[in-house]
Write a protein that binds this ligand. Structure first.
Ligand code: ASP
Length: 344
C-alpha cells in the first residue's frame, strides 16, 4: 500500500527565496518548494500538505504556532502513516521539544527537517533532507509498525530524538546534534537505524495536551552576576518557573547572598530547574559542595536535559494546572525520553 504522508510546511530557509532588491532571504510558498524537488514523485507516496499562511522564519515561531502544528497532527493522526514538518533551523529544537511533550504515546513518526541553503540553490541540502525525511516517515520495521515512533529531527547525516536535539552550527550542513543521546539513525548510502535508541510505544490513542504556559524564563549564571541583578530577575512578575543555567556539573556560586536569593525564591514557590551550560554532560548535584548547596535550596536537577527541552517541559507542565509539588515531581522524571536520570 502506498504510504500516506502529511507535510506541514511552516517556512524556514528550505523554502526561502532571495528578495531581488535587498538580497535577504524570505519565506516563500509550498508550491515553489515542491517545484524544486521533482524527485519526490519518484517515491510513489501519497503526499498531502498543509502550510503556514504566510510561511515564517522560525525566529518568529511561538507557542501558538506549536499548538497549531500539534493540532494539525492530532486532527490528521489516523489518516496518515507519518508526518514531515518543514521548519527553519533556528528554533527547530524548541518546536521538536514542545511537540514531544504535547503529543505523547506516539506510534507514528513526526520528522522535522529544513535546510541550511534554500531549495532553489544548486548546492542545496534541502532536497536531500526532504526526501530522506519522507522516507523515514514512511519506513516500517520488520513487525510492520513504523520504524520511528516519536518526534525526531532529520538533518543531513543523522536522525536525532527531537527533545534531545540542539542546533549546533549556523554554517554546517550537519547543523543538529544530540549531545547526550545517541543518534536514532545514520544516513549514508542507506538509512541505518539504531534499534536500541529508538522509542517504542504501545499502539493506542495519542495522549494529547495542547496547553502551554509561558510564565517561564531563564537565568544564566556568570562570574560577575550581582545580587541586585539576580534578585531583580528572580522577582520578575508573573513568572512560575526558571531554568537556571549553571556551570559544569550543576555548580553555582557558594556566596551566601547567592544561596539566600535562590532559597528565598524557592520558598516563595518559584520552581527553579538546574540545567548545565556545558554542551555535553549532566547536572550531578552532589559532586561538588557548590552543587550540593544549590540543591539544598530546593532547586531541581535537570540531569542531562537540553535547554530547549527544559523550557518547553516547564511550559507544558505549568499548563496542566497540577500545583507546585506535582510540577516539581514531574520535572524530575522523563516524560518523552528527554533526559537520563542518575542518582548523583
Ligand atoms: N532563519 C532561518 C529560520 O530558522 C534559518 C534556517 O531555516 O536555517 O527560519
Amino acid at each position: 500500500m502506498q504510504p500516506r504522508i502529511l507535510i506541514i510546511y511552516t517556512g524556514g530557509t528550505i523554502g526561502m527565496i532571495e528578495d531581488p532588491v535587498t538580497k535577504a532571504l524570505k519565506p516563500f510558498d509550498f508550491s515553489h518548494l515542491m517545484e524544486n524537488v521533482p524527485k519526490v514523485k519518484m517515491l510513489d507516496y501519497h503526499i498531502d500538505n498543509l502550510q503556514f499562511d504566510p510561511p515564517i522564519d522560525s525566529s518568529d515561531m511561538s507557542p501558538e504556532h506549536w499548538q497549531h502544528i500539534a493540532r494539525s497532527i492530532a486532527r490528521n493522526y489516523d489518516r496518515y502513516d507519518g508526518f514531515v514538518v518543514l521548519h527553519g533551523t533556528d528554533t527547530m529544537a524548541y518546536t521538536a521539544s514542545a511537540l514531544s511533550f504535547m503529543l505523547r504515546r506516539l506510534s507514528k513518526p513526526i520528522i522535522i527537517t529544513g535546510s541550511q541553503l534554500p531549495i532553489g540553490e544548486v548546492r542545496t541540502d534541502g532536497e536531500e533532507n526532504l526526501i530522506t525525511a519522507l522516507q523515514i516517515a514512511a519506513a516500517k520495521g520488520a513487525d510492520g509498525r513504523p520504524m520511528v515512533q516519536e518526534v525526531a529531527i532529520l538533518f543531513e547525516n543523522y536522525l536525532w530524538r527531537g527533545c534531545r536535539s540542539t542546533k549546533r552550527s549556523a554554517d554546517h550542513f550537519n547543523a543538529f546534534k544530540s549531545n547526550n543521546y545517541p543518534y536514532l539513525a545514520k544516513i549514508g548510502l542507506g538509512i541505518t537505524y539504531d534499534q536500541d535508541a529508538l522509542a517504542r510505544n504501545a499502539e493506542g490513542p495519542l495522549d494529547v495536551n495542547f496547553g502551554l504556559d509561558t510564565s517561564v524564563m531563564c537565568i544564566d549564571v556568570f562570574p560577575g552576576l550581582t545580587e541586585a541583578t539576580l534578585r531583580y530577575l528572580l522577582d520578575t512578575p508573573g513568572i512560575k518557573g526558571i531554568v537556571l543555567r549553571t556551570y559544569g556539573a550543576g555548580n553555582a556560586p557558594t556566596a551566601p547572598w547567592f544561596i539566600d536569593a535562590i532559597r528565598d525564591a524557592c520558598r516563595r514557590g518559584l520552581i527553579l530547574f538546574n540545567v548545565t551550560q556545558c554542551v555535553n554532560g549532566a547536572v550531578h548535584s552532589t559532586r561538588y559542595v557548590s552543587g550540593d548547596l544549590l540543591a539544598a535550596t530546593g532547586v531541581i536537577s535537570g540531569h542531562d536535559i537540553t535547554f530547549e527541552a527544559a523550557i518547553t517541559k516547564m511550559m507544558h507542565l505549568f499548563a496542566l494546572d497540577l500545583g507546585h509539588d506535582e510540577v516539581a515531581r514531574r520535572l524530575t522524571v522523563p516524560l518523552a525520553g528527554e533526559m537520563t536520570v542518575c542518582d548523583c
